[in-house]
Design a binder for this molecule. Structure first.
Ligand SMILES: Nc1ncnc2c1ncn2[C@@H]1O[C@H](COP(=O)(O)OP(=O)(O)O)[C@@H](O)[C@H]1O
Ligand code: SF4
Ligand SMILES: [Mg+2]
Length: 329
């Protein structure tokens, strides 16, 4: 069953005379009980999509079109006034930087009570603290953290506190924007285990997990969407996408991950020749055309249609050919 369906999301940042076309007709579905992974190079629009999907767009972002169907409601993404009642309870954001997400002047327990009181005005402080302590415990944080101020916690502990706070109200959909990138391996493991458990216990119905760590996604996600230059270029079950990406950008991305760079853990994205396009200029055709070894004439000026085959889809003029070749081979 589909939990959340995002359609026709286009948005740009207006800064001075420039417009950065950060998202261009993005669509994704999140199935109930599943984790959708979103992956792509830096600057491809992942955080922008996370901000809109979690109904938290930044002040300089203009959403020009888009709808989000969730929980029986059709949310008009161009109308921020309608978002407030859904924020935090229906959809919540687990943000990228743990430091900025916490109020330095408040104790963790007080912040948690404020969050829970938004959804339930009659909740007692004792009940808030009890629920928060349980969530902290799941992240291997002791109850004394409830009395701590953010500066009294280590970086890893702060990220776990942010995770506990973002998930406290058990949102239907949790949007996690690279929550793991600054964590050491054991904190990352705890985070991933908690997110999985929230879904399997039915406390959170679905998660969008954004990262540039494809290896992590291949373990965590049920489906993966690959983004490039503000578009979703391919979406497929995680195992299929990792085993056999079809879109040329997805293939290049996966290939770059499989060839470890000297001195890295082999998870860094690298090795795709050329640079992503300038998003200030609208792109009529395929944004990957200047870097794509398979490009044909129309790739430069005609937008490739979305081709759905079975439970995967991608947007490339040559997908049908690639699919045929894969079936023959
Ligand atoms: N506040 C902003 N003002 C102007 N441009 C922005 C702003 N935030 C992001 N951008 C631009 O929007 C594009 C997408 O950014 P972002 O969503 O942060 O990508 P990602 O999370 O994939 O790295 C980038 O080209 C970035 O430079
Ligand atoms: S549409 Fe053309 S340029 Fe874009 S990925 Fe496909 S073959 Fe390459
Ligand atoms: Mg980002």
């Amino acid at each position: 069953m589909t939990l959340a369906s995002l359609k026709h999301l286009s948005a740009h940042y207006a800064t001075g005379a420039d417009r950065f076309h950060a998202l261009d007709d993005v669509a994704v579905d999140v199935q109930a009980g599943q984790i959708l992974g979103v992956v792509g190079e830096s600057g491809c629009g992942k955080s922008t999509m996370a901000s809109v999907l979690s109904l938290n767009p930044g002040p300089s972002l203009r959403v020009t079109s888009g709808t989000l169907a969730i929980d029986g409601t059709d949310v008009d993404l161009t109308d921020p006034a309608s978002h407030r009642p859904l924020r935090g309870g229906t959809v919540a954001l687990l943000p990228q930087g743990a430091l900025n997400a916490l109020n330095p002047t408040r104790r963790v327990g007080a912040m948690a009570h404020d969050i829970l009181a938004v959804g339930d005005k009659r909740i007692t402080r004792a009940e808030s603290l009890r629920r928060t302590a349980a969530r902290l415990e799941a992240l291997e944080l002791p109850p004394r953290v409830l009395r701590a101020y953010p500066h009294q916690l280590s970086g890893g502990m702060r990220q776990r506190v942010v995770t506990a706070l973002a998930t406290l109200r058990n949102p239907r959909l949790l949007v996690a924007d690279e929550p793991s990138s600054a964590l050491d391996v054991s904190s990352q493991r705890l985070l991933v285990d908690l997110l999985r458990r929230l879904v399997s216990d039915g406390l959170v119905e679905g998660i969008v997990f954004i990262t540039h760590d494809v290896a992590l996604l291949s373990e965590l996600a049920d489906r993966i969407a690959v983004m490039y230059a503000g578009r979703v270029v391919e979406e497929a079950p995680a195992k299929d996408l990792v085993a056999a990406p079809r879109h040329p950008y997805a293939r290049a991305l996966l290939a770059s991950v499989l060839v470890p760079e000297a001195g890295t853990r082999g998870r860094r994205l690298s090795g795709i020749p050329g640079a992503p396009p300038d998003l200030r200029v609208p792109i009529p055709g395929c944004p990957f055309a200047p870097r794509c070894g398979h490009a044909v004439d129309r790739c430069a000026d005609q937008r490739p249609p979305r081709l759905v085959i079975g439970d995967r889809d991608d947007s490339c003029w040559r997908s049908a050919e690639f699919e045929e070749a894969a079936n023959v081979g």
